[in-house]
Design a protein around this ligand. Structure first.
Ligand SMILES: C[S@@+](CC[C@H](N)C(=O)[O-])C[C@H]1O[C@@H](n2cnc3c(N)ncnc32)[C@H](O)[C@@H]1O
Length: 154
């Protein structure tokens, strides 16, 4: 189901959303939604990208996104705290983790292209994969981070 339509009839000790905040509008909408599902003193855990550096306009264009799509790290914390939550722990990505995550996509695409030469979508897949690599290497690696934020309700 669409996560945004999920309305539990109990309050949870802990609610989490790792990597799907667009379903609740954005980071703030996700924190609001999860907080509403959580008991007093319960935990809210959200995985969210953050800008490491101001994104290059060329990067935003290549990714078909906007500066406002994400916040920076401190803003991600403050958005939750402004909603009355307390941020008590963060687990941020590092470069090794990002490279692992991103380059496994390249590897899977290369394997698929090698093993399925007759697939009519191969040309498109190759082009998308090349663009994906270029965008990450040129900008993404130094532009976006991803962090797990743990908040507690008062
Ligand atoms: C980036 S993945 C993260 C998956 C998982 N949380 C993890 O950490 O491995 C995003 C997931 O959200 C799911 N998804 C996308 N839109 C959704 C929606 N509107 N409601 C519920 N799930 C959705 C996708 O199918 C995908 O499995």
């Amino acid at each position: 189901m669409d996560g945004a339509d999920y309305k539990p009839d109990v309050e949870f000790d802990h609610a989490s959303c790792l990597g799907e905040s667009w379903g609740f509008g954005d980071h703030k909408g996700t924190l609001k939604a999860l907080s509403s599902m959580t008991k007093k003193r319960g935990l809210v855990l959200v995985g969210e990208p953050h800008w490491l550096n101001e994104p290059d306009p060329e990067y935003l264009k290549a990714e078909d996104t906007t500066r406002d799509a994400y916040r920076n790290h401190i803003e991600n914390v403050k958005v939750g705290e402004d909603l009355g939550l307390r941020c008590i722990y963060t687990l941020d990505s590092d470069r090794e983790g990002w490279d692992h995550y991103k380059t496994l996509h390249w590897w899977a695409a290369e394997d698929y292209i090698r093993d399925n030469p007759g697939d009519p979508d191969i040309t498109d897949l190759r082009a998308v994969n090349e663009r994906y690599k270029e965008t990450y290497l040129r900008w993404g690696r130094d532009t976006v981070g991803w962090c797990i934020y743990l908040f507690r309700k008062p």
